[in-house]
Design a protein around this ligand. Structure first.
Ligand code: GRF
Length: 228
């Protein structure tokens, strides 16, 4: 993988050589610049955003460059506290508004972390293969329009499922339908309420989403991976 070298725009360096080359005394160590730029879109409180930020802190591989929301959500306040630039979309159905924000951020990856709107088709087309979503169930079960938050966990319990979990998948034109990249599972216990199950799944989400972003950064684009 080739990256721009710090301080020398336009120069490229082979990361594999950088990591294996013996360092000679007196020569500055040149670290590769962060090149994988992650934009997070969310509509809620933003615990997945914060877990991702914690996992990427100090990382040379990826960083959060902006946080978008379709509403005045708590996630925007959380983002400001971490000094991440925020964008409050005025019309989330407008492809130009979202595309302009992503281009301005020079986004490599758009992560949907509890984002409750459909991504406009034009944006999906321009960023196809570079948008991922995290869903709090084992897709293809319990996904689709209207399946978010507590409703998902209530549906899992109503179906009598013995296992649930979280899914990271590519985003296409429909809710929760794109190619599955990885899943993490949790048991469903007989006495679970939807909130009990949500808490157990959320813990997995907080590990699965960073793993997906780091895998994408290493690979150069979102990629399927195994998660335990
Ligand atoms: C998570 O369960 C996520 O999987 C779903 O929405 C919820 C967002 O939670 N898509 P938070 O705002 O990250 O705490």
């Amino acid at each position: 993988m080739f990256h721009e070298r710090n301080g020398l725009p336009g120069e490229i360096v082979d990361l594999n050589q950088l990591q294996t080359a013996p360092q000679s005394v007196g020569r500055p160590v040149i670290l590769p610049a962060v090149t994988y730029r992650v934009v997070v879109a969310a509509s809620g409180r933003g615990s997945n955003l914060l877990a991702l930020g914690d996992a990427l802190a100090g990382s040379h591989e990826a960083k959060i460059v902006a946080v978008l929301s379709d509403r005045d959500a708590l996630v925007l306040e959380a983002a400001r506290r971490r000094q991440w630039p925020t964008v409050r979309l005025l019309n989330p159905a407008d492809p130009l508004e979202m595309a302009t924000a992503l281009r301005a951020c020079r986004a490599d990856l758009l992560v949907l972390a509890g984002y409750l709107r459909l991504i406009p088709g034009e944006v999906v087309a321009e960023w196809r293969g570079r948008i991922i979503n995290i869903h709090p169930a084992l897709l293809p079960r319990h996904g689709g329009a209207g399946m978010y938050g507590r409703r998902v966990h209530a549906a899992v319990l109503a179906a009598g499922d013995r296992v649930s979990g979280a899914t990271v998948h590519l985003v296409d034109e429909a809710f929760d339908r794109g190619e599955i990249l990885a899943q993490g599972t949790v048991p469903v216990l007989p006495a679970d309420s939807p909130d009990d199950l949500a808490a157990r799944v959320l813990d997995v989400e907080h590990r699965l989403l960073p793993a997906a972003v780091l895998a994408a950064a290493k690979h150069g684009s979102p990629v399927a991976f195994t998660f335990d």
